[in-house]
Design a protein around this ligand. Structure first.
Ligand SMILES: [Zn+2]
Length: 215
């Protein structure tokens, strides 16, 4: 497995529509595996191919796992499942290809975050229950009924495949304000990174330990 780069707003790949997968090929195992690793390490509960720069209708999901980074030199207990230097428990990965929502019921407001929209959360209205039709990694057509967090995550990831971010679902005024702020913050981050590399400071600032899992 390999960790992939996660694209962030306003990278244009996030605003593009992903194309249907014509045929599920064996080579997709590697992409799906890499997407899962990227998601677990982030940490996230869902990831769409657009977010790693690939315009194909593939998403990965796991809403239930726990991920704990190991300290340097620390060894994982025997039998523990290790992903990219961390211990993962209660892993239930889902690989979803060519997804399509075939039924919706009710609505909920959910406070969402997104790996492609760092450090921003907002309430978004979603269907409470959904039924999904998709193909699995073996190309078999399946259906999945989901509610709660899994239903929200699926709808969030399907938006990515349409080239839409959760911030696009905010009111027009709020959306513009938020996008302006996010563009400025990103510019600031990039300037800070440039300065840091200029100063040859290899001791990168401690990454804030993100607690909440995003999508
Ligand atoms: Zn997202």
């Amino acid at each position: 497995m390999a960790k992939l780069k996660i694209y962030t707003f306003p990278d244009t790949v996030l605003a593009q529509k992903a194309a249907p997968v014509a045929r599920v090929e064996k080579t997709m195992y590697k992409l799906a595996d890499d997407m899962l690793e990227t998601m677990y390490v982030a940490p996230g509960i869902g990831l769409a191919a657009n977010q790693v720069g690939i315009l194909e209708r593939i998403i990965v999901l796991d809403t239930d796992y726990e991920y704990e980074e190991l300290d340097e030199g620390e060894e994982a207990p025997a039998g523990a499942e290790v992903v990219a230097g961390g211990i993962i428990t209660n892993r239930k990965p889902r690989i979803v290809i060519n997804p399509e929502i075939i039924y919706r019921e009710g609505s909920i407001l959910f406070n969402e975050g997104c790996l492609s929209v760092p450090e921003f959360n907002a309430e978004v209205k979603r269907s409470e229950k959904i039924k999904l039709r998709y193909q699995d990694i073996d190309g078999v057509t399946r259906e999945l009924s989901a509610d709660g967090l899994l239903a929200v995550a699926i709808q969030h990831e399907l938006d990515h495949l349409e080239g839409r971010l959760f911030i696009d679902r905010l009111s027009p005024l709020k959306k513009e304000t938020v996008k302006k702020r996010l563009r400025l913050e990103r510019q600031q981050r990039e300037e800070d990174e440039d300065l840091e590399s200029l100063l040859h400071s290899s001791a990168s600032a401690a990454r804030p330990k993100k607690k909440s899992k995003e999508m």
